[in-house]
Design a protein around this ligand. Structure first.
Ligand code: GLP
Length: 263
């Protein structure tokens, strides 16, 4: 993992956007993996700025969502397809019909997960995946206890995740769905490049477990240690509990310019 620490979310978004621009400079039809949550929002805003200034085009891109709640109505503002449309697709030039997500209203949820996994494969796989991390170390909706080889599957959300996400549902945990469809840890590990962004002190424990903890189902983000093209983008608060903080700063300061270190 390449650990990159910057003072503000905006500076982290610049690093992320730069990495995404490199991918699209090589291949304008690259496949982008998009995440929900508040952490990636500055990245989408920076991508939007670059599209508007003409330095990036996503007009030939495809994008795949990580996850989707089960059972929210099609027009529910917190349904993840609506979140991604609002926060990403509407502010860039991506073709809205080339943005895909799991159908959380499918009659057969297992079949829907298999269809979605295959759709990612058929698109050629994800070239660059944006990720956040939950306070309990989950990536997408892969809660603690999920197999690190899991593919897209229906997930039961933990009380911690539902309580964290209640802020999007009028602060009422009872309005937060109990289930979701999510790319598995194994699906995420197939992405060619991964950008994980975490900001704020409430992510510090999860970040420490992900970067320095044992690879374990107790923190599904720790599986990213097994991937060789991950940039972990942190502000000081999210990085605060890392034991080898000085070492990561030193590596970053002395890295070969623009390299994906494969650490
Ligand atoms: C949800 C999403 C995750 C996201 C997490 C953190 O659980 N399924 O993909 O990483 O929220 O969200 P935030 O960035 O708002 O803290």
């Amino acid at each position: 993992m390449e650990i990159i620490i910057k003072p503000t979310a905006q500076e982290l978004a610049l690093v992320a956007a730069e990495a995404i621009c490199e991918v699209y400079a090589d291949n304008p039809a690259a496949v982008l993996g998009v995440a929900t949550g508040s952490s990636p929002l500055p990245i989408y805003q920076e991508l939007s700025r670059r599209v508007k200034s003409g330095s990036l085009s996503l007009s030939r891109a495809q994008a795949f969502q990580l996850d989707e709640y089960v059972g929210l109505s099609q027009d529910h503002p917190e349904a993840y397809h609506n979140f991604i449309r609002r926060e990403f697709a509407d502010i860039t030039d991506i073709d809205p019909n080339a943005v895909y997500g799991e159908d959380g209203l499918a009659a057969d949820l297992l079949a829907e997960c298999q269809r979605y996994e295959q759709a990612i494969v058929d698109a050629g796989g994800i070239d660059i995946q944006i990720l956040g991390i939950g306070a309990d170390g989950h990536i997408a909706f892969n809660e603690p206890g999920t197999s690190l080889k899991s593919l897209t599957h229906p997930a039961v959300l933990t009380a911690q995740t539902r309580s964290d996400n209640a802020r999007f549902f009028d602060g009422d945990i009872d309005k937060v769905p109990r289930h979701a469809l999510t790319q598995g840890v194994g699906t995420i590990l197939r992405a060619r490049k991964i950008l994980l962004i975490a900001t704020g002190s409430n992510k510090a424990d999860a970040v420490r477990d992900m970067v320095e903890g044992p690879v374990s189902i107790s923190c599904t983000g720790s599986a990213l240690q097994l991937h060789n093209n991950v940039k972990v983008l942190l502000d000081e608060a999210a990085a605060a509990k890392l034991e080898r903080l000085d070492f990561y700063r030193e590596i970053y300061a002395n890295r070969p310019q623009g390299a994906w270190l494969g650490l």
